[in-house]
Design a binder for this molecule. Structure first.
Ligand code: ZN
Ligand code: FE
Length: 261
């Protein structure tokens, strides 16, 4: 879940926590968009000098809601060549986990950015998918992340390739399996034009076959989105065959049985 520091989310962590308690959730995690090596890289993340403030906001939520487990984490952009920067971020605070996400298929195009929607007009979806999954495979192979975020993000606005993407999925998932990296079932997709949880059932089915573990996320950018459609995500996991998910504390995994649907 996110915080106002990323400049496109509303509501303070302690308010998200209050909502989680109201919903009967027992554990939540904050994974705001990580800073980039250059603060002017884009306009949808915290600045590097705001990282301490971010941690303090999460600590504040923890103090205000002792009955709730609140994880301190980050959603970290993966771009090839950023590995050293990501390691430096990792050393700055005692994080519970890193979600590694690919939003950028080049240094200038974040495929999920509504301001760059017209970019899709001149692109072949399969070409975008190919670059995206190549980067996602590198992210999974890097071992820098506990979880890979929204594993088929390019579908967000409804663009989908006609070609079979299974080989792209399998290359990515094989890398994830090798490094023990999980993928998340992210319900934000249900709120976008694609109207589907990230990732799609074909990818998720391949993940199950290859033994890639899962986690759950709402990707909340507003108080009302906390825990949104969690039941649907659990149902989807069950339908694929998953019996367990993972939880992370201080970057160590623990297997959790999926509660019955
Ligand atoms: Zn965001
Ligand atoms: Fe993201």
């Amino acid at each position: 879940m996110h915080t106002p520091l990323c400049r496109h989310a509303t509501g303070e962590p302690t308010e998200y926590a209050a909502r989680a308690v109201e919903l009967g959730l027992t554990e939540i995690g904050f994974t705001d968009h990580s800073p980039m090596p250059r603060d002017d890289f884009d306009n949808w993340r915290m600045r590097s000098d705001q990282l301490d403030e971010y941690v303090e906001k999460v600590r504040h939520a923890q103090r205000e809601h002792p009955q709730l487990t609140i994880k301190l984490a980050l959603e970290v952009d993966y771009l090839p060549g950023h590995e050293e920067w990501i390691r430096e971020l990792a050393s700055r605070h005692p994080w519970d986990y890193f979600i590694g996400s690919v939003h950028y298929v080049s240094d200038s195009w974040d495929v999920d950015n509504p301001a760059k929607l017209s970019e899709w007009n001149s692109r072949d979806p399969f070409e975008v998918w190919s670059v995206y999954f190549e980067r996602l495979t590198m992210a999974a192979a890097s071992g820098l992340f506990e979880i890979i975020g929204h594993a088929d993000l390019p579908k967000k606005f409804g663009h989908r390739p006609k070609q079979d993407c299974t080989p792209l999925y399998e290359r990515f998932l094989t890398a994830a399996k090798k490094t023990g990296t999980a993928i998340e079932l992210n319900t934000a997709g249900l709120r976008k034009n694609c109207r589907e949880i990230y990732p799609n059932p074909t990818l998720l089915d391949a993940a199950f076959r290859l033994g890639v573990p899962i986690t759950f996320g709402s990707d909340a950018h507003a108080i009302g989105e906390v825990g949104m459609n969690l039941k649907d995500a659990i149902e989807l996991a069950h339908s694929i065959g998953y019996k367990h998910s993972l939880r992370f504390t201080q970057r160590r995994a623990e297997v959790v049985p999926l509660f019955p649907s």
